[in-house]
Design a protein around this ligand. Structure first.
Ligand SMILES: NC(=O)C1=CN([C@@H]2O[C@H](COP(=O)(O)OP(=O)(O)OC[C@H]3O[C@@H](n4cnc5c(N)ncnc54)[C@H](O)[C@@H]3O)[C@@H](O)[C@H]2O)C=CC1
Ligand SMILES: O=C(O)C(=O)Cc1ccc(O)cc1
Length: 294
């Protein structure tokens, strides 16, 4: 067996989907689940996401070869502190958080500089959360980013984990990760939240909702995501995210000026450049050129 025992802390969308995929792989002797909620653990067992579960992090990580923290970024430090007593020196610890710089700093503060911590972030998810949202094939063909870029045996183990569940693994520094994700994921979520709030503040938004067209629905799907998770991401990645918000405000102001001035050529140039950029996006990792269905 490639893995003897893997413990997943947090059995929501990501932790639950990982458990399901690992158990389906048949390459892990035992998947242990830890969650703060006994009801979630029971449901995780019923759904076949884990072999057994506990609400006690230190007991749950005992004898694990690999521990995966899959909780909101703001809970990471507390979870590590609670698990620390059960970890061995050679236990590899990783996470799935959407921000990596602060997570590395917290892992070092709690576990020490020589602990076997590798940051991880599967670029796969949905706007749904919780144990019921876990999906069998969530990670099939998705990219997974590991930080840092340096080559270590611990990183190889975490790479093997994500490849087992179908991910394509790439590595980079935490700082590069956080800047890229601010642009490609965190800013778009802030825009989706703001767009639907703008709509919701119209006096007659209830009546208008039936006219919400495809573009509005496409752009706001991710505004249905979990508020606690996004609070934590916005706070943890505030520097890069503020830079992206400033850049977006500049573009929106440019657009506003052109509309106010009735400047048709400027508008057409703006939209034309945007279309070229959108059509030039590479296909998603798990799609080929002919199957860009988004
Ligand atoms: N939702 C998404 O699409 C993606 C999320 N991520 C990251 O994955 C992590 C988890 O996100 P989701 O699975 O969506 O969250 P979720 O809300 O679906 O699941 C989180 C689980 O952790 C448990 N939990 C919370 N605090 C805990 C604690 N202190 N001790 C033990 N269990 C605790 C909750 O009971 C819940 O079952 C976050 O850090 C997020 O940034 C990464 C990629 C995609
Ligand atoms: O639902 C979507 O399209 C997402 O973008 C999900 C998502 C949320 C957070 C991440 O860190 C990665 C992926």
């Amino acid at each position: 067996m490639p893995f003897r025992r893997i413990t997943i802390i947090g059995l929501g969308l990501i932790g639950g989907s990982l458990g399901l995929a690992l158990r389906r792989s048949g390459a892990v002797e035992e998947v242990v689940g830890v969650d703060q909620s006994a009801a979630v653990l029971e449901r995780a067992r019923e759904r076949g996401l884990i072999d057994r579960g506990t609400t006690d992090p230190a007991a749950g990580v005992r004898d694990a070869e690999l521990v995966v923290a899959a909780v909101p970024v703001g809970c990471f430090r507390g979870v590590l502190e609670a698990a620390r007593g059960g970890l061995e020196r050679d236990t590899v610890v990783t996470d799935v958080g959407s921000v990596k710089g602060p997570v590395h700093a917290e892992a070092e503060a709690v576990l020490g500089a020589d602990a076997l911590f590798v940051g991880g972030h599967p670029l796969a998810g949905t706007e749904d959360s919780g144990v019921e949202a876990a999906l069998d094939r969530l990670f099939d063909g998705a990219l997974c980013i590991l930080t840092p870029a340096s080559d270590t045996p611990a990183r190889d183990r975490v790479k093997a984990l994500w490849e087992l569940v179908g991910c394509q693994v790439v590595t980079m520094d935490a700082e590069a990760h956080d800047r890229i994700l601010a642009a490609t994921s965190h800013l778009p979520h802030m825009l989706a939240f703001s767009l639907i709030r703008t709509f919701g503040e119209l006096d007659d938004s209830d009546r208008l909702a039936q006219f919400a067209a495809g573009g509005f629905r496409d752009l706001t799907r991710i505004a249905g995501s979990d508020p606690v998770m996004w609070r934590d991401i916005a706070l943890a990645n505030s520097g890069p995210l503020l830079e992206m918000i400033d850049r977006f405000e500049d573009r929106l102001s440019e657009l506003r000026r052109a509309i106010a001035a009735g400047d048709g050529p400027a508008l057409q140039a703006f939209f034309g450049e945007a279309r070229t950029l959108r059509r030039g996006l590479p296909p998603r990792a798990h799609e080929d050129e002919d199957n860009d269905d988004d």
